[in-house]
Design a protein around this ligand. Structure first.
Ligand SMILES: Cc1cc2nc3c(=O)[nH]c(=O)nc-3n(C[C@H](O)[C@H](O)[C@H](O)COP(=O)(O)O)c2cc1C
Length: 210
């Protein structure tokens, strides 16, 4: 037990990134075992949050989540690959926007580590998950460094990863990114889309998968 604790050391470095006119302080933490970084996490202390810590503020935030949680949605994994390392996040905020021209959107939080990479890559692929892909949804909802470990995928027409076993894909270039409170609204130009597996969809309702 003592030996195990000695093996695991925490390393870190800091940096900065610029997004939507703001300068963000970025801290990358690596879990180091026998001198090798085995997992990486990013924390961004000091990010603005409009949720106060008074009882009223907390009750308002809880009510917002409780009411909106009754809106059932499908579950997607939004991916991008700048060429060096694929990234992705689980997203329920995917929506169609416009038929002509074909536009879709999703809404990443300001804290999303994938967002600056999606913005710089200039593309993203929305992978619509099937009911038997809950484990994938959980991995992509985490802050793990290598979410693609053990996953089958191939680049779509934009270069963004298309995940094996998903119901379908909506492959896009970035049209625009808009600030919206503690989230951004990312709009994409649809370049390619297809249903590749007619399976039951994964559903997210009141904080749980169905
Ligand atoms: C079912 C489900 C839906 C989610 N939808 C969103 C979403 O629409 N926008 C978002 O920013 N995060 C959403 N998340 C949380 C992100 O997946 C999570 O914060 C993830 O760690 C972000 O990864 P990243 O920081 O590597 O981009 C969702 C999580 C789950 C489980």
């Amino acid at each position: 037990m003592v030996r195990a604790v000695q093996d695991w050391l925490l390393g870190h470095h800091t940096g900065h990134m610029s997004l939507a006119g703001h300068d963000w302080s970025v801290v990358t933490w690596g879990l180091v075992k026998n001198g090798e970084v085995t997992r990486e996490f990013e924390l961004r202390p000091g990010e603005p949050s409009d949720i106060g810590d008074s009882d009223d503020d907390l009750a308002r935030a809880r009510r917002f989540r409780d009411v909106l949680g009754w809106y059932a949605s499908g579950v997607t994994v939004v991916t991008a690959d700048p060429g060096s390392h694929p990234v992705g996040l689980t997203c329920q905020t995917f929506s169609s926007v416009s038929l002509e021209p074909p536009l879709v959107s999703f809404m990443p939080a300001r804290t999303s580590r994938s967002l600056p990479i999606i913005r710089d890559a200039g593309h993203f692929c929305v992978n619509i998950l099937a009911a038997d892909q809950q484990a994938i949804a959980q991995v992509f909802a985490s802050k793990g460094a290598d979410k693609f470990n053990g996953l089958g995928w191939a680049p779509g027409v934009t270069g963004a990863p298309v995940l094996d076993g998903a119901i379908g894909r909506v492959d896009c270039t970035v049209h625009s990114i808009h600030e919206a409170g503690d989230h951004f609204i990312v709009v994409g130009n649809v370049k390619d889309l297809a249903i590749t597996r007619e399976a039951e969809p994964l559903i997210y309702f009141r904080g749980t998968f169905r």
